[in-house]
Design a protein around this ligand. Sequence first.
Ligand SMILES: *Cc1c(COP(=O)(O)O)cnc(C)c1O
Length: 391
Amino acid sequence: MVIETALVSQMDAPTAAGRFGDFGGRYVPESLIPACAALEAAFREAWSDPEFRGHLSRLRSEYAGRPTALTPAENLSAQLGVTLLLKREDLAHTGSHKINNVLGQALLAQRMGKTRLIAETGAGQHGVATATAAALFGMRATVYMGERDIARQRLNVFRMELLGAEVIPVTSGSRTLKDATNEAMRAWVAAVDEAHFCLGSVSGPHPYPWMVRELQRVIGEEARAQAPALPDVVVACVGGGSNAAGTFAGFVDTPARLIGVEADGGAAMTYGTPGIVHGNRSLVLQDADGQVREAESIAAGLDYPGVGPEHAHLGTSGRAEYRTVTDDEVLVAVRRLARSEGIICALESAHAVAWVLRAAGTPDLPTGSTVLLTLSGRGDKDMATLAGEVR
Ligand SMILES: *Cc1c(COP(=O)(O)O)cnc(C)c1O
């Protein structure tokens, strides 16, 4: 297999304009350009400051429970004929990888003198992580969430409110993550002096796709150090793509195949075409007129018609591959992992598990392969969906 050696394919920094190949950039209203530029400058400065890095690293270990475990899934491995290693982001504080990104952004916001965090959320995990960091740092948090997601992730709404955040229901469009992101960006325009927009994935305008990947890189770097040998395949679910980007960053310079798994109903890497959504150029689900199509997935965190621009670049350059699984396969995967390993994962994470279940023993994942899979979060939030109460 040929490994791309171009700078950006190795997941280094994007160009000065925030480009990853043909994708990325900063397509925002004029009023947000200075805010994006200030954020970029602040992040560059902080990221090269050992004191900032040291503070973040202490928060990760003393507060967020890092490093998270790498668990050999022994029973499932024996059943499938592959060696399956699980990177356990479900064990991180607040129950998913989102806390890695949020602690970094909250620390940065504080350093920039901001007093307020504005966030969008789908499954509610990013909202909970933001509410958590706001409580810890004594900041105000406002979280935008689609009405449909509020209904299916009610537990996380209670958690955010208990933590002191204000949750604002979004009633436009499909009432899911895309619409919540629109509203959060609008709120940022109105409060740009005092508020930091704490974006939850590797999407949005430059510097977010790069900054969020750098803040999630800890997943891949820890996993690389913990793995007994280099895996043949590295797999993670893809919504906006932050847990996958963070995981891939630790393995992009190895021969490992990198596989992102999307929800069939929100698969921008598979069915998308180039377009602009939420401030960047990437692959987007859209109709012939360029109207963004509604995504449709059982997993609120993957119910998104776009994908981070770096994934568009990794996919079109051939360094990473993308697959889709259906809602039905996901429901089977949650139960199979629970019964065989005693781990109830999030519906989002189960997309990666579902691909392994389907591919093991086929040419896509030959018997004897070693697979490192990022389990992005825990399933507590999904009990109502799993009980068949909501979809
Ligand atoms: C938010 C979320 C995702 C999707 O976001 P990415 O940016 O693609 O990682 C996946 N899994 C869980 C548990 C989430 O909370």
